[in-house]
Ligand binder design. Structure first.
Ligand SMILES: [Fe+2]
Length: 384
């Protein structure tokens, strides 16, 4: 077996109410001026101010860039970098879900390396250590707060650029489920299904290891148990919220090292083309892609079925894999994911173009089967 490594953010602060302690850790690292990178809704909800107040109490100066959009763009990165340079901040605190974290990672790279966003497209292009980044999560799904990945949309071509570099992984991650109580059910469902997709794609990946398997399987188990509760009663059920933070972190540990597959490769095209939420795109494609993958990884999909609570006693390997496909589909429907791509304004005429672009997306490289353009188009069709 070739050499494998397991990359992980060095410090991960977790648990209900941990935000204040996390900001004390930021202070202990000696930072003097933080740029908070976030989005306008979090500022409107008062969350940005809450973090800023905790930093002020610890004598850390604060500047704010809250212009990150869902599916963050090259322009978002450039605008955030301009705020950073004007303020002279010595660290970045990304606050939000995947979009602020991804945007902040690339701002941190440009701050110390210079150049343009597009220069870092692909793998391992970062030369110098980025500005230190502390990622405070407010959703439970992307795990961007611990990963080496950033996805930035090039708005002129509606294309998502994957940037992959171990130096993108933040210095510290913060997962405080108290910050997630207010997440609406639809966002809870979409982000939770994104985490499930990370875990499943990492588990069936061709570079999975026993370390990533352990992370992935426990993530799947927790998501099966707690995602429906977090969606139906996320404001009161802090236990469900907390378990989803652990689940998405474990799924992130898995896919940060075992990588992804064709669900993400195909979802990136829907997100880039129609600006649809990443988690919804994954949720709608997950069961269809795994149905096609089953010929290559049926025993592993049987494990997924059991982790989701399906009793596979008496089922042969193929039937257990199909039970996993059904369980993933049923979970998506149970948490309110839309049934058909057609309902989201997706055009059938774009399938060929999106299939071509999905084949170029690096996420597909570790999928258990190589898929042809015709097979990818057929999966879009099945989800349509
Ligand atoms: Fe994802």
């Amino acid at each position: 077996m070739p050499t494998r490594s397991f990359l992980m953010t060095a410090e991960n602060i977790m648990g209900a109410g941990c935000l204040a302690d996390a900001m004390t850790v930021v202070k202990s690292r000696g930072f003097k001026h933080a740029l908070i990178v976030t989005d306008a809704p979090l500022t409107a909800l008062g969350v940005t101010e809450k973090v800023a107040a905790l930093l002020h109490e610890r004598d850390i100066e604060v500047s704010v860039f809250d212009g990150v959009q869902p599916n963050p763009t090259v322009s978002n990165v450039e605008a955030g970098l301009a705020v950073l340079q004007k303020a002279g901040a010595d660290c970045i605190i990304s606050l939000g879900g995947g979009s602020p974290h991804d945007c902040a990672k690339v701002i941190a790279v440009l701050a110390t390396n210079g150049g343009a966003v597009v220069d870092y497209r692909g793998a391992n292009k970062v030369k110098k250590t980025p500005l230190p980044l502390v990622s405070v999560n407010t959703t439970a799904g992307t795990a961007s707060e611990i990963t080496r990945f950033a996805v930035i949309t090039e708005e002129t071509r509606h294309l998502k650029m994957n940037i992959v570099d171990r130096q993108l992984a933040p210095l510290i991650s913060v997962n405080d489920p108290e910050l997630m109580r207010g997440m609406p059910p639809a966002l809870t469902a979409a982000t939770g299904m994104d985490a499930l997709t990370h875990a499943v794609e990492a588990y069936v990946s061709i570079v999975a290891t026993p370390v990533t398997d352990a992370c992935a399987l426990h993530a799947i188990k927790l998501i099966g148990q707690f995602l429906p509760r977090a969606v139906s009663n996320g404001r009161e059920n802090i236990e469900a919220r907390e378990n989803m933070t652990y689940a998405q972190l474990l799924a992130g540990m898995a896919f940060n090292n075992a990588f992804l597959g064709y669900v993400h490769a195909m979802a990136h095209q829907l997100g880039g083309q129609y600006n649809l939420p990443h988690g919804v795109c994954n949720a709608m494609l997950l069961s269809h892609v795994q149905a096609v993958n089953a010929s290559a990884c049926a025993p592993r999909l049987g494990d997924v079925a059991r982790a989701l609570g399906v009793d596979t006693t008496g089922l042969n390997t193929e039937a257990a894999a199909q039970a996993a496909v059904k369980a993933m589909h049923d979970l998506a429907r149970a948490v309110g994911i839309p049934a058909k791509l057609a309902d989201l304004g997706v055009n059938r005429e774009d399938f060929a173009m999106m299939a071509v672009n999905a084949m170029k997306d690096g996420s597909g490289a570790t999928n258990p089967r190589k898929l042809s353009q015709a097979e990818i188009e057929a999966i879009y069709e099945a989800a349509f």
